[in-house]
Design a protein around this ligand. Structure first.
Ligand code: ARG
Length: 460
């Protein structure tokens, strides 16, 4: 008989059990469910709703169930529907009638909201930790490459010389925002649903502050009707993961490009590359490709839950049972993606000479010549035009602009003098404006990220 079977005279159809059940996947929530039930029963005892003796028995029973699950001794039965009922039924088997008191002043609606919310909150913290480690890797690579010059691009065309450090710190900036997003979601959603009961609260003299403290929430949620149907916490982590994966996908795309023979800016380590089953010579960047691919899947999970939630009337609807699998999937895939991205970056070889050589294609210091002429008092538009002619001369000679001799430059415009310096180094080193690519500016950025990392480390 089902725990809710009182008003039914026929057993549920077998296919209904299968269709209705979340047990195959919400098992994942067993720890949160047991902790939530212990906190609830302790509070009930403290408030005189059940006896201390009852609470003690319930706690012992629940801890025994936890062991059974962890030792693979727990008998999963799909007709129990979900983790909440599976555990409650087992509790009643173990401790008898006392077990039937556990669900006083509670509903599965607030129960699942507590369990799933706490599971998601913990994952927000897991992500923040993983992201912190990833940022550390970007900063470490940056520290080694302040003077490593590479072509900075726009439209994937050579634009201006930048340092590889600078490029790495662009990613550190993105992932710092991700870190903050996960932490902000944690803070915003750290509210206790327990005691909301089915939708309207309860007539029992419960103390929601008590379970709030016991479960590590900041405060009880304010409106029960909202709380039992609120899945913003799940949507937020799905969005945070989507954004995180979008950033991971962007660096992945660059890793794929950079490891081609056309670019050859990096060599991925054997440990994080794969071979081809037919072409013996191949070394493939499967890791960044998979990260790029899993990003699509993460977006799908976000859109799926947004779609589930749209149009749901208040309060709880069974539709929301569809909230879990996508979240579990996104969390699992994103955590492993960030971990393996970190290792891939740590172990890749940076081919500095190739980066430098690439800068000799595309006249990367053209803007510098224009800026030089502006400093000589020539209006920018005119300077732009003169520079264009210098680029055309270099093209006709088959050399890079930075390799034209002073005489050749003078033949374009006599105002170009021996103080002109179109070297890649001069170009990069001169971009000292705040947030620019010059070494002194990059050093400040490194310091900024190191302070950020230190602050996080000090807090933990
Ligand atoms: N398995 C359900 C879920 O995941 C638990 C809540 C069920 N509540 C209910 N009133 N049927 O959403």
């Amino acid at each position: 008989m089902k725990l809710w079977g009182g008003r039914f005279s026929k057993q549920a159809a077998k296919i209904l059990d299968e269709f209705n059940a979340s047990l195959p996947f919400d098992k994942e929530l067993y720890i949160e469910d047991i902790e939530g039930s212990i906190a609830h029963s302790q509070m009930l005892a403290k408030q005189g709703i059940i006896t201390n003796e009852d609470a003690k028995k319930i706690k012992e029973g629940l801890l025994k169930i936890k062991k059974e699950i962890e030792n693979n001794e727990f008998k999963w039965d799909i007709s129990d529907e979900d983790i909440h009922m599976a555990i409650e039924k087992r509790l009643i088997e173990l401790i008898g009638d006392t077990g039937k008191k556990l669900h006083t002043a509670r509903s599965r609606n607030d129960q699942v909201a507590v369990d799933f919310r706490r599971w998601v909150l913990k994952r927000n913290l897991d992500f923040s930790k993983k992201i912190k480690e990833l940022i550390e890797v970007f900063v470490n690579i940056a520290k080694e490459n302040i003077n490593t010059i590479m072509p900075g691009m726009t439209h994937l065309q050579h634009a201006q010389p930048i340092s590889f450090a600078y490029h790495m710190l662009a990613y550190a900036s993105m992932f710092k925002r991700d870190y903050e997003r996960f932490m902000e979601s944690y803070k915003r959603n750290n509210k206790n649903p327990l005691g909301c009961a089915a939708l309207a609260g309860t007539p029992h003299p419960i103390d929601r502050n008590e379970t709030t403290k016991a479960l590590g929430f900041d405060e009880p949620s304010v409106n029960c009707l909202d709380t039992v149907s609120d899945r913003d916490f799940a949507l937020e982590i799905l969005f945070n993961i989507s954004m995180l994966m979008m950033h991971a996908s962007r660096i992945s795309e660059e890793l794929v490009l950079w490891s081609t023979s056309e670019f050859a800016f990096i060599t991925l380590s054997d440990e994080y590359s794969t071979g081809s089953s037919i072409m013996p010579q191949k070394k493939n960047p499967d890791v960044p490709e998979l990260i790029r691919g899993k990003t699509g899947r993460a977006y799908g999970n976000l859109i799926a839950l947004l779609t589930v939630m749209k149009g749901l009337p208040l309060a709880y609807n069974k539709d929301t049972q569809e909230d879990k699998e996508g979240v579990f999937d996104s969390v699992k895939n994103a955590l492993i993606s960030i971990e393996i991205l970190k290792e891939t970056l740590k172990t890749m070889k940076i081919n500095k000479e190739n980066m430098y050589k690439a800068c000799k294609k595309g006249h990367l210091t053209a803007t510098d010549l224009a800026d030089y002429l502006v400093k000589k008092g020539i209006p920018f538009r005119e300077a732009h035009h003169i520079t264009g002619r210098a680029v055309a001369l270099a093209e006709s000679k088959g050399v890079d602009l930075s390799d034209l001799s002073l005489d050749e430059l003078k033949s374009i415009d006599a105002r170009i003098d021996k103080d002109v310096d179109l070297s890649l180094e001069n170009s990069m080193n001169s971009r000292k404006s705040f947030g620019g690519t010059a070494p002194e500016s990059v050093k400040k950025q490194i310091e900024y990220f190191e302070n950020f990392l230190k602050e996080i480390n000090d807090k933990n």
